[in-house]
Design a protein around this ligand. Structure first.
Ligand code: TGC
Ligand code: FAD
Length: 390
């Protein structure tokens, strides 16, 4: 077997996939290889998301892939969805982020907590990529502890008036609709669908990022935004509602980061075969081999976690703390793989002509968002010991 095939599937997990899962993975992989990888470095440096990819991603069935067909989804398995995330993140974490937020956060929030008319109005249009969503939970002063949010949705005769600010919101300036989490008059967290053209709503792109540069990240300002009663996601109630959405997105991240790590290892494995130092290729050097094997070992562990999580998801037995442990460990392992890859590339490693520095800087975000390493450590600690140490 060639090096590239060995890297992709050292433990032959492919044999556990259905023909549909393999087909979806291969289709997205081809798309990313041809349309994304050659341009990713440039897009990342320019700090733009190539919006022309959105209809292409929709045509490939990426958005809401797990949702039922009546809502525009493909009814894909959890493993199939995970493989889509893996292949997108092989291209760039920012590409996977756009898809994660659209599918697992915005669409999932409507699917899980919305009324039937909200589902029929939003989900098919979002699956077609005609409408992009964002998910406003984090605030300038409430990130790890979203229960401390200050955004308020006060009841009026005809609906609600929402005031507050959200920060670090993926897709904020690309979106046509925002799922905004706010406390009602009783202090209970509820979800609202806010069209971005609503008077008083403003999104401002954050321009200073040295990570996730291909992803659009924004601040949202809501200055007395009036929304009708029909904007409320009626089944949302309490912090558990946004957290249920996060579990979906974290599941996707567990798979996604495998793609970034695979891309890093594949690139350096080819590089060391031809890069000569001290009269021989780096590949014939023990310390270099050890590093590559360490990277492979981390990737295999990441893949095993992702596959088993997918099986638990499909069996209906997945518990949020299991997702926490896998998100924590896969994001950190991918970051370590990317750092090793960058190092092995030497001076070339700091150029976006090669993938690892871009993946490495992106993965600093992935390690932080959707719950930091520490937050997930404490979530698992609480599960293990039944003691809350937050
Ligand atoms: P806690 O008492 O634990 O929970 C409150 C209620 O929620 C339930 N719950 C969950 N439900 C579903 N999934 C989960 N993962 C859940 N975790 C908890 C829980 O059972 C409880 O329900 P009930 O009925 O008893 O009320 O709440 P806490 O205040 O102690 O907080 C727990 C903590 C710290 C783990 C939570 O606040 C947390 O996860 N913080 C991290 C915040 C975070 O991850 N933010 C992410 C923002 S979105 C984002 O980053 C998008 S990036 C996307 C991209 O670009 O790809
Ligand atoms: P803080 O909560 O201020 O934490 C700072 C540090 O303190 C962290 O290291 C943390 O682990 C540590 N810490 C906090 N509490 C404890 C404790 N009890 N014990 C030990 N250590 C602790 N949010 C959204 O709602 N929607 C999005 O679409 C979105 N997209 C994002 C995109 C990007 C590029 C980024 C960077 C963030 C995004 N986020 C989004 C926000 C993200 O989820 C938060 O940044 C993250 O949850 C951490 O919150 P914080 O930045 O406020 O850090």
């Amino acid at each position: 077997m060639d090096t590239a095939s060995l890297i992709d599937d050292y433990f032959m997990l492919d044999m556990g996939l259905t023909p549909e899962e393999r087909a979806v993975r291969d289709t997205i992989r081809h798309f990313v290889e041809v349309e994304v990888r050659p341009n990713a470095g440039r897009w990342w440096l320019e700090g733009v998301f190539p919006t022309e990819l959105i209809p292409r991603l929709a045509d490939l069935g990426v958005f809401g892939a797990m949702l039922p067909e009546e809502y525009g989804g493909a009814g894909l398995s959890a493993v199939g969805y995970g493989l889509i995330m893996q292949e997108l993140e092989r291209g760039d974490s920012g590409l996977r982020s756009l898809a994660s937020v659209q599918s697992s956060l915005a669409m999932f929030a409507v699917y899980r907590f919305g009324s039937e008319s909200q589902k029929l109005h939003y989900l098919p249009a979002m699956a077609r990529g005609e409408m992009i969503g964002c998910f406003g939970l984090t605030e300038p002063d409430a990130g790890s502890d979203p229960g401390a949010m200050r955004t308020r949705a006060l009841k009026t005769e005809s609906g609600y008036v929402i005031s507050g600010a959200k920060r670090w919101i993926t897709n904020g300036n690309l979106a046509q609709m925002a799922v905004v989490w706010a406390k009602d008059d009783e202090g209970v967290i509820r979800g609202f669908i806010v069209p971005v053209e609503s008077p008083g709503f403003r999104a401002k792109k954050i321009e200073t990022k040295a990570s996730m540069r291909m992803s659009v990240t924004s601040e949202l300002y809501l200055d007395d935004v009036e929304v009708p009663q029909t904007a409320l996601l009626p089944a949302s109630r309490g912090l558990g509602s946004p957290l249920a959405c996060l579990t979906q997105a974290r599941y996707g991240i567990v798979w996604g980061v495998v793609g970034a790590a695979l891309d890093c290892l594949a690139e350096v494995a080819e590089y060391v075969k031809t890069r000569v130092a001290f009269g021989r290729p780096l590949a014939r050097t023990q310390l270099i081999q050890e590093r590559l094997v360490d990277m492979l070992s981390r990737i295999v562990a990441m893949q095993l976690r992702a596959f088993q999580l997918g099986r638990l998801y499909q069996a209906g037995t997945l518990r949020p703390p299991q997702v926490s442990l896998a998100k924590r460990d896969n994001a950190r392992a991918a970051l370590e793989v990317a750092r090793l890859a960058r190092e092995i590339l030497g001076g070339n490693g700091i150029s976006v002509d090669y993938g690892p520095i871009r993946h490495m800087l992106n993965l600093e975000t992935v390690d932080t968002y959707e719950g930091t390493y520490e937050v997930h450590t404490l979530a698992v600690g609480r599960d293990l010991l039944q003691e809350n140490a937050f």
